[in-house]
Design a protein around this ligand. Structure first.
Ligand code: SAM
Ligand code: DTB
Ligand code: SF4
Length: 331
């Protein structure tokens, strides 16, 4: 957990983001190697435990019930289905499994009890377990923590100013409130956002401004390139230039030196050379496995081949926790 030392202004962040590209990459690469093992990549795998039919109106999301995207609504998976997936992910080289549900918020019902069982079962497989279930209150966060949840993903997605243009069924403060509840329960925080939704550079840096000025930096920050899905309001958004992705990753790395920066959605549309630049600029995590939640992603084998070419290795589970424990001798 890296305590947040100082307040960083939006202008200072924009100044970093707008540096000459190669200077920015060099600076980020230097910071990355100072604080992390440059050759090590944390590999997460997504499982969509509850797909589609969501009541929210997030403009980017193929799982919102109100858009016709061809994503059918499914009921919650069984615990067995989840452990089968998790086994395959582990064999594919993943150290973390992230279970996603197309929910606005968690309700205290039988489905949540089942999610708790899933967390317990995957945690027992020596895998880091992450959940992304929408908004949660303090009590729900504590139940997840008690079940062994390692991380909770809750993206702020864009700047506070732009939030209302993307989503109208909740507000930015709702997101921050859930992040606070996650922190209180001592679960690590995973929070980032999406670029390519028509936002300005100020919005991108505004989003990073919120993340970097949280009382404690998120332990992981996913940077997603919009996957423009037909039927969503964002279907016609042009693809994100790779240079924007590189700038975003480099800026995140410089601002949060010890955080895991995840090169998230959008890799299927990126060249190997583009991804190499992202890793050089400080990305040290990916989602692996042939599907994100509903859209395609490179296969495990393709990514392991890429790792071989770049000289990268997957990180072992619970590395940070184990390192922290090793530093505090048991009394
Ligand atoms: N329903 C929960 C929530 O909204 O927090 C969890 C699942 S939701 C799909 C998780 C995140 O996926 C979103 O916050 C967003 O950042 C990302 N996401 C969804 N659709 C995307 C898309 N088309 N392209 C890129 N990222 C996307
Ligand atoms: C995150 O930042 N990206 C992931 C995960 N957290 C939950 C989701 C990406 C979803 C991309 C669109 C889809 O596959 O439905
Ligand atoms: Fe629902 Fe999450 Fe998609 Fe928004 S991002 S529509 S809350 S699944």
């Amino acid at each position: 957990m890296s305590e947040n030392p100082t307040h960083i202004s939006k202008e200072a962040i924009l100044e970093i983001y707008r540096k000459p590209l190669l200077e920015l990459v060099f600076e980020a690469a230097t910071v990355h190697r100072q604080y992390n093992t440059g050759s090590e990549i944390q590999v997460s795998s997504l499982i969509s435990i509850k797909t589609g039919g969501c009541s929210e109106d997030c403009g980017y999301c193929p799982q919102a019930a109100r858009y016709s995207t061809g994503v059918d609504a499914h009921k919650l998976m069984s615990v067995e289905q989840v452990t089968d997936y998790a086994n395959r992910a582990k064999e594919g080289g993943a150290s973390r499994v992230c279970m996603g549900a197309a929910w606005r918020e968690v309700r205290d019902n039988r489905d949540f009890d089942k999610v708790i069982e899933m967390v317990q079962a995957v945690n027992a497989m020596d895998l880091e377990v992450c959940c992304t279930l929408g908004m949660i209150n303090e009590h729900q966060a504590q139940r997840l923590a008690d079940a062994g949840l390692y991380a909770y993903n809750h993206n702020i997605d864009t700047s506070e100013e732009n939030y209302g243009n993307i989503i109208s069924t909740r507000n930015f403060d709702d997101r921050l409130n859930t992040i606070k509840n996650v922190r209180k329960a001592n679960i690590t925080v995973c929070s980032g956002g999406i670029i390519g939704m028509g936002e300005t550079e100020e919005d991108r840096c505004g989003m990073l401004h919120t993340l970097v000025n949280l009382p404690v930096h998120p332990e992981s920050v996913p940077i997603n390139a919009l996957v423009a899905v037909e039927g969503t309001p964002m279907e016609d958004q042009p693809p994100v230039p790779i240079w924007d992705m590189v700038r975003m990753i480099a800026t995140t790395r410089i601002l949060m030196p010890t955080t895991v920066v995840r090169l998230s959605a959008g890799r299927q549309q990126m060249s190997l050379e583009g991804q190499a630049l992202c890793f050089l600029a400080g990305a040290n995590s990916i989602f692996a496995g042939d599907k994100l939640l509903t859209t395609p992603n490179p296969e495990f084998d393709t990514d392991m081949e890429m790792f071989k070419i770049f000289g990268l290795t997957p990180r072992v589970p619970f590395k940070n926790k184990k390192m922290a424990e090793a530093e505090v001798p048991a009394s």
